[in-house]
Design a protein around this ligand. Structure first.
Ligand code: NAD
Length: 495
């Protein structure tokens, strides 16, 4: 059985905790590897290595740091197929989707390449007589990142490209469900010339996370995952005096007004709800159909699902792959029974479509006449299940979105610019799409939700990432003019 280990001080290091976890190929249902699960002592060793590397990296010039970032960018670009294949092998998403993940991750690295520009401070000359004031942004030291299974390359790079560019050492604890991508990233950082210890990977589970949260030498903690864990991580990390950003779950609504173009809205709903088998934090999981939009839209979505090709992620024809594990498949499928028992109508029931083999496949489902009180509406399902809530008016749609516990992303489909402007003004959500179903911000903005989708006050990557991974120092300096200045001494002709 293949063994997936830690990355420490620039090389692979086999774990010694005696604990491992299974890693599956979701397309076949077979276990393909065992991943080491770190002990608290192994976490301590990783933090110690990062702590030892941190001062040297902090002192490295910005020119040299950005050179390493540029080289890393080139290597990631050259190896995108290899990274995508590793993602598909353990996550299950189709290869085109995995390549899309790497492409979005590259944008984050490209943003970080501009670190000399990003770290520029302010300068005020002659704030008082002979007094100048300026600010600098300095790194925090050792920072940690804990990431979810659904973007095993992109989410680590949301964090580490900015953290490292800013001069920090970074300890990554990736998801134990698909840990291999993290080691490819580690190799690429190494080959790009990043000093040993600046990027450490600790494979593990809750034990590793809890040790990182309490470790006195970890200054800041970035987390992406489900809301219950995000909340707990935020509380524990801040209790231990750390800076914490913890991004949680989602229930993203797509509001469709009666004037929207139905075919375009249906195409958008299908790709946003079922792409990556719905295992995206920005997946659309609720369509809010306003007035007359409902009947034609539900019919158009249902018609498209018949033709949606499901298969292993390595099949170039497949548009949707399996779910990540058997447990998750069972959990997602159970919501269909819940929906039925709560009185919703299953327009398309994914359980009825045979998808061959022992892989963790579940065909797409469409659930209509969902009420806001139902569990399928309130809870994050994180699978290929799209709910439709019918409302009479635009105001009802906005009230529905705003009343939901989560506030990650949302979208409006309309041809009315006035309605669109009103929507982006009124809606309580961190990321809003206007005729864009998955409004993931480009790398030079920042990513984050509102309400139970984010704990902390700083969004991830982009300018807010730079803010999170640095602290500001303001220097106030007085240089009184001496009677005989050094300039005059050096150049007597000046006198
Ligand atoms: P998860 O919360 O189960 O796991 C995330 C990470 O936390 C993993 O590394 C895991 O090992 C660790 N972990 C799990 N349980 C823990 C515990 N009790 N204590 C400490 N650490 C623990 O999430 P997941 O299933 O890997 O990912 C899916 C979830 O992530 C969904 O809820 C999805 O919405 C969310 N997500 C959110 C965003 C966002 O940007 N808001 C992005 C991607 C995924």
């Amino acid at each position: 059985m293949k063994r997936i280990s830690h990355w420490a001080r620039g090389r692979l290091v086999e774990g010694g905790s005696g604990r491992t976890g299974p890693v599956y190929d979701p397309a076949t249902g077979q276990q393909v590897a065992e991943v080491d699960l770190a002990s608290a002592a192994e976490v301590d060793a990783a933090v110690a290595a990062a702590d030892a590397a941190s001062p040297g990296w902090r002192a490295t010039s910005l020119a040299r740091r950005s050179e390493v970032l540029f080289r890393f960018r080139e290597l990631l670009d050259a190896n995108r197929k290899e990274v995508a294949a590793a993602i598909t092998a353990e996550h299950g998403k189709v290869l085109s989707d995995a390549l899309g993940e790497v492409a979005r991750a590259l944008e984050n690295v490209e943003f970080a390449c501009g670190v000399p520009q990003l770290l520029k401070g302010d300068h005020t000359e002659q704030a008082s007589a002979g007094v100048d004031v300026w600010s600098v942004r300095q790194p925090l030291g050792v920072v940690a990142g804990v990431t979810p299974f659904n973007f095993p390359a992109m989410v680590p790079l949301w964090m580490c490209s900015t953290a490292i560019a800013c001069g920090n050492a970074f300890v990554l604890k990736p998801s134990e469900k698909d840990p291999s991508a993290s080691l490819l990233l580690a190799e690429l950082w190494h080959d790009a010339g990043l000093p040993d210890g600046v990027f450490e990977v600790v494979q593990g589970d809750r034990v590793a996370v809890e040790r990182l949260l309490e470790h006195p030498d970890v200054a800041a903690f970035s987390f992406v995952g489900s809301t219950p864990v995000a909340r707990a991580v935020y509380e524990a990390g801040t209790r231990h005096g750390k800076r914490v950003q913890a991004l949680g779950g989602a229930k993203n609504h797509m509001v469709v007004l009666p004037d929207a173009e139905v075919p375009a809205a249906a195409d958008a709903a299908v790709s946003a709800a079922y792409g990556s088998a719905g295992e995206r934090c920005m997946a659309v999981s609720v369509v809010v159909a306003v007035g007359a939009a409902a009947d034609p839209l539900v019919a158009a979505i249902a018609a498209r699902l018949e033709g949606l090709r499901i298969g292993p992620g390595t099949d170039p024809e497949a548009e949707m792959g399996p779910l990540v594990t058997a447990d998750h498949l069972e959990r997602v499928a159970s919501y269909l029974g819940v929906a039925e028992s709560e009185g919703a109508s299953l327009v398309v029931d994914g359980r009825r479509r045979e998808v061959g083999g022992a892989g963790f496949f579940l065909a797409p489902s469409l659930v209509d006449h969902v009420a806001p009180t139902m569990r399928v509406y309130r809870e994050e399902i994180f699978g290929p299940v799209l709910c439709v809530v019918r409302v009479d008016r635009y105001e009802d749609a906005v009230a529905l979105v705003n009343a939901h516990e989560f506030g990650n992303g949302c979208a409006l489909f309309t041809r009315d610019g006035g309605a669109a402007r009103r929507f982006q003004f009124e809606v309580d959500c961190g990321m809003v799409g206007i005729n864009v179903p998955v409004p993931v911000p480009v790398a030079y903005y920042s990513f984050g939700g509102w309400k139970a989708s984010l704990f902390g006050d700083t969004h991830m990557y982009g300018p807010e990432g730079v803010h999170f991974y640095t602290r500001t120092k303001v220097v106030t300096a007085r240089w009184p003019e001496p009677a005989t200045s050094a300039v005059d001494l050096a150049f007597p002709g000046n006198r």
